[in-house]
Design a protein around this ligand. Structure first.
Ligand code: MG
Ligand code: ZN
Length: 359
């Protein structure tokens, strides 16, 4: 056989066998989703942490990148209530509202929808679990400040694992209820510190590790990465899959304080958690990991820096949030759906489609 014909035959065979595999790979759907929110984490925050970390981050392992438009129903600049609600429930709402549309009508969250479809569900946050971002995934209240009402909303769901602070909102309440006791009657194990979280057995787990918020880095230690991996360990016993929300909560607070050193530490703690989750996703191949922010905080820019010395000069333009687009990084089956520019309300719709969730 002459060489050009041989080449054509080999090429045809390669296309015949290889192309369908590529297509199947591209259409593969995830069994599990880990949705990770760096509160206030804009692109400059990511780069500040990257430079400080020797010009690299775990986040760089994500090959699919997009941008999310974060404006709320009544403001160019969203707060974490409206931002969290857009991500969790797929609706624009007014700043300060939790899990409701702008007309105060409750909107179902991706976590609630996953629960209804018999997936295991969980949340881990580096602040009170009743705070705006995690609250948006489980509660329906007109104000983010209604912490006790938000805590009570946890009892109306079947969430399998939640770990964060906010113990007082469950146990020291104006209505006299002790929600931890009520959780125990619903077969939850209650953990009051990280050791108790890590030794929890199979089954439901409520981790209330601080009276109010968990401490800032470095005092918080490995609370976020270790709690996150424990949550995955408990949730992935469910054969139908799981949905887990993880929040790097205090990137936002360091940025409100215009504290560049602390925001870098908080982003690196979040990034460490991202690395562990990506290791899990790589090993199992069935988990979509989405990492994004609800908005940018601080209007941060980095006019100067030094890669070798791992130094940045941070300029903040506000003590509040800014309205700029925030990046979306994703990894695993379905991650190609999160490329390009999109509204913050479209992530929930994409996730429910990928998980085949029925309303
Ligand atoms: Mg938050
Ligand atoms: Zn904020």
């Amino acid at each position: 056989m002459n060489t050009p014909i041989k080449k054509t035959i080999i090429l045809s065979l390669l296309i015949f066998f290889f192309l369908p595999t590529v297509q199947i790979e591209a259409q593969k759907k995830p069994k599990n989703i880990v949705f990770m929110i760096g509160d206030g984490m804009g692109l400059a925050h990511v780069y500040a942490a990257m430079v400080n970390n020797g010009n690299k981050l775990e986040l760089e392992r994500c090959k699919n990148i997009g941008f999310s438009k974060t404006f709320s129903a009544n403001n160019f600049t969203t707060d974490s209530g409206a931002g969290g609600t857009a991500l969790a429930c797929g609706v624009k709402t007014k700043n300060g509202m939790i899990g409701m549309n702008a007309d105060s009508i409750p909107a179902e969250s991706i976590l609630e929808l996953a629960e209804k479809n018999n997936l295991a569900t969980g949340m881990v946050a580096a602040c009170a679990i009743t705070h705006a971002t995690p609250a948006s995934f489980i509660a329906h209240q007109v104000s983010r400040n209604m912490y006790e009402e938000i805590a009570a909303d946890f009892l109306k769901t079947d969430i399998d694992v939640f770990i964060g602070g906010g113990r007082k909102n469950f146990e020291v309440r104006a209505d006299g209820r002790n929600l931890s006791n009520e959780l125990k009657t619903k077969n939850y194990q209650i953990a009051y510190n990280l050791d108790e979280v890590l030794t929890a057995k199979n089954g439901k787990l409520a981790g209330l590790l601080s009276e109010n918020h968990s401490p800032a880095m470095p005092e918080r230690g490995d609370m976020l990465p270790e709690s996150t991996m424990k949550a995955i360990d408990l949730l992935d016993n469910n054969k139908k899959g799981f949905f887990l929300m993880v929040e790097g909560s205090q990137i936002d607070w360091a940025s409100h304080d215009n504290n560049a050193d602390l925001l870098v530490k908080e982003v690196l703690d979040f990034d460490k958690t991202v690395g562990k989750v990506l290791d899990y996703a790589k090993k199992h191949g069935n988990t979509l990991v989405i990492i994004t922010a609800d908005h940018e905080t601080g209007g941060l820019t980095l006019p100067k820096g030094n890669i070798k010395e791992k130094q940045i000069k941070a300029n903040f333009s506000t003590k509040d949030h800014s309205g700029i687009l925030v990046p979306i990084y994703s990894y695993g089956p379905g991650s190609e759906k999160f490329q390009g520019f999109m509204d913050n309300t479209s992530l929930k719709v994409k996730m429910e489609t990928l998980l085949n969730l029925k309303k």
